[in-house]
Ligand binder design. Sequence first.
Ligand SMILES: [Zn+2]
Length: 67
Amino acid sequence: MSEQNTEQNTSLLREWCSKIEVANRNNIFCHCRSCGYEWVDSSFGVVCSNCGSHNVEQISCWQFPDD
Ligand SMILES: [Zn+2]
């Protein structure tokens, strides 16, 4: 990371983080690696509701192109 514009980067980053946080809160795509079950949740660290596995892949929906 560059040491220049640290202050600007920090506030930009903070703005980014809060946006991501809000997006994350709404839609997190979950995929169970154990049984293949797929669903959308609103938090991380979830357990598969189909088989109870903790081996769940979680992808924030903001990572997908929207349009
Ligand atoms: Zn499962």
